[in-house]
Ligand binder design. Structure first.
Ligand SMILES: O=P(O)(O)OC[C@H]1O[C@H](O[C@H]2O[C@H](CO)[C@@H](O)[C@H](O)[C@H]2O)[C@H](O)[C@@H](O)[C@@H]1O
Length: 246
């Protein structure tokens, strides 16, 4: 892994498309929308789904959103549009026609209840998700370590896995990762045969970068951050929009 400070912006997308078919995997929070104080406080441009759909057409359909949010939550924020949505860190994947390519499972009720109780006792935000449960500590960063320890112990006790993100720790089923989603999609049209490119800003996007590298593509890191296996860097959400010509 290298430090993002060493990374240059990628060549223009149109230039890459002259040499090969490109498959794009886009993270959502911090990549397509600016981070906000809470999950529902994001500002999503009203026509984002339409713009993404048009970008997908320019890529022959090889465009997917790959997010920690559930596919339903992405849909709620984006509105209707013909998009491939890999939600819940890739545990649940829905094709543009609504068919389910991978089906996720909800967390055991007892686990959600433990997370809810911990959050209410500590003044944290519990985000109950279709295939996971997240403790958000953005409002109380001093409790990040405590929340992370609690979530990791709970995960171990129940045979679950954790995902660490920006001011959030989440419990998911083992095997849910963004790289797996990119890999599954690249086994099928319209992604099969493309050079896969994953764009994201967070630790969970590293799985996506690594999977794309293994499949002959690369990752683009958004913003600053720690070590990354991305090849290029874009500084901000605004720069992502400009690079994608969204
Ligand atoms: O994979 P992503 O699309 O980047 O989703 C990751 C998590 O995004 C959301 O949380 C993050 O964004 C919130 C809104 O900006 C912010 O308040 C929070 O601190 C961030 O961690 C979402 O709520 C999570 O479910 C996603 O896993």
């Amino acid at each position: 892994m290298t430090l993002p400070a060493n990374l240059l912006p990628p060549p223009p997308l149109a230039e890459l498309q002259q040499h090969a078919r490109i498959g794009l995997f886009l993270d959502f929070d911090g990549t397509l929308v600016e981070l906000a104080p809470g999950p529902d406080a994001i500002a999503v441009p009203a026509d984002l789904a339409v713009r993404l759909e048009r970008l997908g057409e320019r890529l022959g359909g090889a465009l997917a959103l790959v997010s920690g949010r559930s596919a339903a939550d992405l849909r709620r924020h984006l509105g209707p549009g013909l998009l491939t949505l890999a939600g819940s860190h890739g545990a649940h994947i829905v094709a543009p026609d609504g068919s389910v390519l991978r089906q996720g499972s909800p967390l055991p009720g007892a686990v959600s209840e433990h997370l809810r109780l911990f959050a209410s006792r500590s003044g944290l935000l519990f985000e109950e998700k279709a295939h996971g449960g997240a403790l958000h500590y953005r409002a109380r960063p001093e409790l990040g370590d405590q929340a992370t320890d609690f979530a990791k112990q709970l995960a171990q006790h129940h045979g679950l896995a954790t995902k660490e993100g920006k001011c959030v720790i989440e419990l998911v089923w083992p095997g849910a990762d963004k790289g797996g989603a990119a890999h599954l999609l690249c086994g099928n049209m319209p992604f099969a045969g493309t050079i896969p490119v994953f764009i994201g800003d967070d630790i969970t996007d590293e799985d996506g970068f690594a999977a794309c590298i293994r499949m002959g593509g690369f990752g683009i890191k958004v913003g600053e951050g720690g070590a990354t296996c991305a090849r290029y860097r874009l500084a901000s959400v605004k720069d992502v929009f400009a690079w994608l010509n969204l």
